[in-house]
Structures are given as C-alpha cells and as structure tokens.
Design a protein around this ligand. Structure first.
Ligand code: NAD
Length: 497
C-alpha cells in the first residue's frame, strides 16, 4: 500500500511507526496509508524551519516573489495531477477541484506582490529633523493546521504568504486527504524554495499538540471545526503564540418576497449541494419570508434536485460526489432523521443514494427539509453535508434575528430586488462575509476571509492584507540626524514633537 509521508528539510520521509488509512470515498475503499507524526517528527520539522529562517528571512522580497511566480506556473502546469489527487481522496468532482485550485493560485498571485505589500508607512518631519517609519518583520517559524474540505486551497491561504513575508513554515494538513497537499508542497522545491523553509508533517491530535506546545513556533494559523478551533486558540495563546483559528459555519440565505426566484433556485442548488455541502461557506439554510415565496421555492427546488447527478470525481457530468468518510455519512443521515423526528417535512430524501458502480461509496443525495425551526438540534448544528433546511418566517426582521442569534457567523446572503433592504441587511447582520444576491461570498485573495462569533477565534482574518499583518511583526523607527544648530539640552518631560 502506498504511504503518504512527511516532507522535512526538502526530503519526503516515508518511515514511521504509525499510520492510518486514506479512503477513496466514491468507492468506499482504502487507497493509501498516511503516516501519523509524533513529537519527534514535529521537533525535526521545526528544527529544519528554525535553521532555514536566518538565511530565508534575509532574502530580498523580490527574490521571494520570483519563487512565487515560478510556483504559480508549476501549479498551472500540474493542474490535472493536482485535481486528480483532490478528487480521488476528497471526492469532489473535477470541475469543482479546478475551482479550488484556481482560488488557491490566486493566493500565490497575491503573494507575488510581496515587495509592495511589505512597504512600511513613512512620515517625514514628525518633529524637527525627525523622520518615523514602520517596518514589517517576519515572525520566525510559523505553522498551519488545515481541514479536509479544501486540501489545496486552505494550505495555500497560508504558506505562500507566510513564506513570502520571510517566515519559515510547518504545515499539518488533514489526515483524511493528504496526497494533493503533499504534492503542492513538494512543488515549492521545484520553484526554487530552499530546503527547510517549508515542511509538512502528517498526523492528528498528537502532532497538532506537539506544534501547539513547541517553544520555537511563533504563530499558528488554523482552519477547521469550531470545537477544535476553540481548543487550538486557547492552547496556542496559553503557550504564548499568535493565533488565528477559523471554525465552522451555518450559513443562511434570506429569500425576500421580491427575489428573482430562478436566480435563487440556481444559487441554492450550487451553494447547498456543491462539493456535497462540505464547504464552510455552503448555504445550508434558506429563510423564506412569507409562505407564498416559500411554496414556490420548494416546488422549483424539488423539481431541480431530481435532475442532479451524483457520482465519482472524474466524470465531469456529475454535480457532486460523496462525503468524506463512512462515519461522516452516518452523521449527516442522523441529522436528517433527527430533523424529521423533531417535526420537519422531508421534501426530498437523499439518504438512500447509491450511484451505479459505486454502491459502496459514501454518498448522500441532495436532501431538502421544509418547516425547520430554530429549536431543532440539526438546525443548531453544522451538518456539513448536501442538506438544505428551509425555515419560514413572516418578516425580514425575524429572518435577521434568527441569523444574529445563531452561534456561527461565517457567511450569509440575501436575495432581493430592494436596495434599501439589502443595505439594511449588510449593515446590521452579525456575520463576517455577506452576499447580496451572491450565494458564496468568498472574498478574493486580495481581500481577507473570516467569520464573526464562534466562526473565528482571534483578531485577524485569513489571507489578503490581514494575512500580511498576521505573518509579520511591526517595528517603528524614529530617527534624527541632528545638525549642530538644533542640538537640544536635557529634557525631563515627556517628549512632544
Ligand atoms: P477538523 O476540525 O476535524 O480538523 C481540522 C484539523 O484539525 C485537521 O488537520 C485535524 O487533523 C486537526 N484535528 C482534528 N481533531 C483534533 C484534535 N482533537 N486536536 C487537535 N487537532 C485536531 O475539521 P475537518 O472536519 O477537517 O474540516 C471541516 C470543518 O472545517 C468544518 O467545520 C468547516 O466548516 C470548517 N472549515 C472552516 C473554514 C473557515 O474558513 N471558517 C474553511 C474550511 C473548513
């Protein structure tokens, strides 16, 4: 059985005592084994990163940018192999993997602009013959811990920018679909990155804990579920590290009575069921304002869902694939059953979906639940599967209150033709990323990504300008080269310039 190893100091390491299976979720079979690192493996990776830091941090930003330009070319050149690996282990369809890769590459493109991004702020003559300016210094060895649902994009939210800022990096990707991540990490060497600057250790809790406790790791960037994000944030900060920990989501779409229903239905289909609903920006709740629009929306959605095609990643005619594991399939189905037991109407049932030739795969078909209420357990939880819950309310205020009261605050959107309503919504909704007639308002690489409430622990969003701030430390220098004429005497009061 092929082993997915670690990547430390420019070498792939396939020796290790512990490993766990990696599945092909469409077939329901084990395709590889992934090594699970321990404290010793993390020590080796951090040591390599620490040795590489002094030289790497002194390279010029333009030299680092050149490596990023080359890296972008390599990612594009190897797109088919990367998307194949994503599809094989994650299960997402090849066109969706292409989208993931493109969004990942955009982060590399942003990092290509690092000379401009690291320019400090300069003020001349803050006092007589005194100039002041800020510089942005790399932190040292920094680490990233990433989830299964974007095995290429989320790691690339982190390491290209962190490295471009002059840091060295240790990545702990998801153990459930590690091959595409290892592939894109190794490509950095071909782009010219010196050994030790970027390292990867596979593993699970033990590996993560070793990173969180390591005295030479300066910062932790995490993306995953909320309970783990909260754990990571509290443990990393207790160990004196800078931390940003992005968590889970329950994203609502408000459908106003004046909305363009065809647009709503197309948007909801893609955003609720695309990638089997395993996106932190998936729309999992549609809040219909009024029964008239709710009835029409349910009728159109259920007709459209019947035509969706579920299957394996390599057939581009499929709309979405399996969920990640057999356990996750069971969890999604348990949420659907509990929702019905607690009073919802099961309009379309995807619990018994078996595409031909893939009967053992971890498939759940598109599922539509109506008359969901806020007290239901499945509404409070992040289901993370191809399940759309519909809640009926009588006003926009009621819809907004529902969203504002939910523990998560990652993404949301409103469908309306009324500009005043849209503006009121975006001004007052307690959510980090807002769409107006846009189902998945994922900020582009030169904005920054993050949620509110229990969808983000920490202060800075991921990537973009917040990413540059997260991966650098500011230093402010105030300088005088006095001429003989302005030399001052002793001054005991607080200097004012
Ligand atoms: P997860 O929290 O199970 O795992 C994320 C990472 O944490 C993995 O690398 C995993 O190995 C590690 N981990 C898991 N359990 C751990 C533990 N007990 N101690 C230490 N480390 C542990 O998340 P997942 O299932 O891989 O990914 C799906 C989740 O990620 C969903 O909740 C989704 O909403 C969220 N997500 C959020 C964003 C965002 O930007 N907010 C983006 C993508 C995914």
């Amino acid at each position: 059985m092929q082993k997915v190893g670690h990547y430390i100091n420019g070498q792939v390491i396939t020796d290790g005592e512990r490993s766990q299976p990696v599945y092909n979720p469409a077939k329901g079979i084990i395709s590889r084994e992934v090594l699970l690192g321990n404290t010793k493996t993390i020590d080796q990776a951090v040591a390599a990163a620490k040795v590489a830091f002094p030289t790497w941090s002194k390279t010029t930003p333009i030299q680092r940018a050149r490596i990023m330009f080359k890296y972008k070319e390599l990612l594009e050149h190897h797109a088919d192999e990367i998307c194949h690996l994503i599809g094989e282990e994650h299960g997402k369809i090849v066109h969706d993997a292409r989208g993931e890769l493109q969004r990942a590459i955009e982060n590399v493109e942003f990092a290509c602009g690092i000379p401009e991004l690291l320019k400090g702020e300069h003020s001349r003559n803050v006092g007589s013959e005194i100039d002041s300016w800020s510089q942005f210094h790399p932190l040292g060895v920094v680490a990233g811990i990433t989830p299964f649902n974007f095995p290429v994009m989320v790691p690339l939210w982190m390491f290209p920018l962190a490295i471009a800022c002059g840091n060295t990096f240790v990545l702990k990707p998801s153990e459930r679909d590690p091959s595409a991540t290892l592939f894109v990490v190794e490509l950095m060497k071909k782009a010219g990155l010196p050994d030790g600057v970027l390292n990867l250790v596979n593993g699970s809790k033990e590996t993560v804990d070793a990173l969180l406790e390591h005295r030479d790791v300066e910062a932790i960037s995490f993306v995953g579920s909320t309970p783990i994000a909260e754990y990571i944030y509290s443990k990393a900060t207790a160990h004196g590290k800078r931390c940003q920990a992005l968590g889970g989501a329950k994203n609502h779409a408000i459908v106003m009575p004046d909305a363009d229903l065809d647009n709503v239905v197309n948007s909801l289909l893609g955003a609720a069921f695309g990638s089997s609903g395993e996106r932190c920006m998936a729309l999992s709740v549609a809040v219909a304002v009024g029964d008239e629009i709710a009835d029409k929306m349910i009728a159109q959605l259920s007709a459209a869902i019947e035509k969706l095609k579920v299957g394996a990643y390599h057939d581009a005619s499929n709309d979405f694939g399996p969920v990640i594991t057999a356990e996750h399939k069971d969890k999604v189905i348990a949420h659907i059953r509990s929702c019905v037991e607690q009073g919802a109407t099961l309009v379309v049932d995807g619990t018994d979906t078996k595409p031909e030739g893939y009967e053992n795969g971890f498939f759940v078909g598109a599922t539509l639940l109506d008359h969901v209420t806020k007290d239901m357990d499945s509404y409070k939880a992040e289901i993370f599967g191809p399940v759309l819950q519909v809640i009926r309310v009588s006003s926009m205020e009621e819809a907004m209150e529902l969203i504002n009261q939910h523990e998560y605050g990652n993404g949301t959107c409103i469908y309306t033709r009324d500009g005043e309503a849209a503006r009121y919504f975006s001004d007052n909704i307690k959510v980090g990323m807002v769409g107006i007639n846009i189902p998945l308002p994922v900020p582009v690489a030169y904005q920054s990504f993050g949620g509110w409430k229990r969808s983000l622990f920490g202060d800075l969003f991921m990537y973009g300008s917040d990413g540059v701030r997260f991966f650098t430390r500011r230093k402010t220098i105030t300088q005088r080269w006095p001429s003989a004429s302005v030399r001052e005497g002793v001054q005991f009061s607080m200097p004012t310039l």
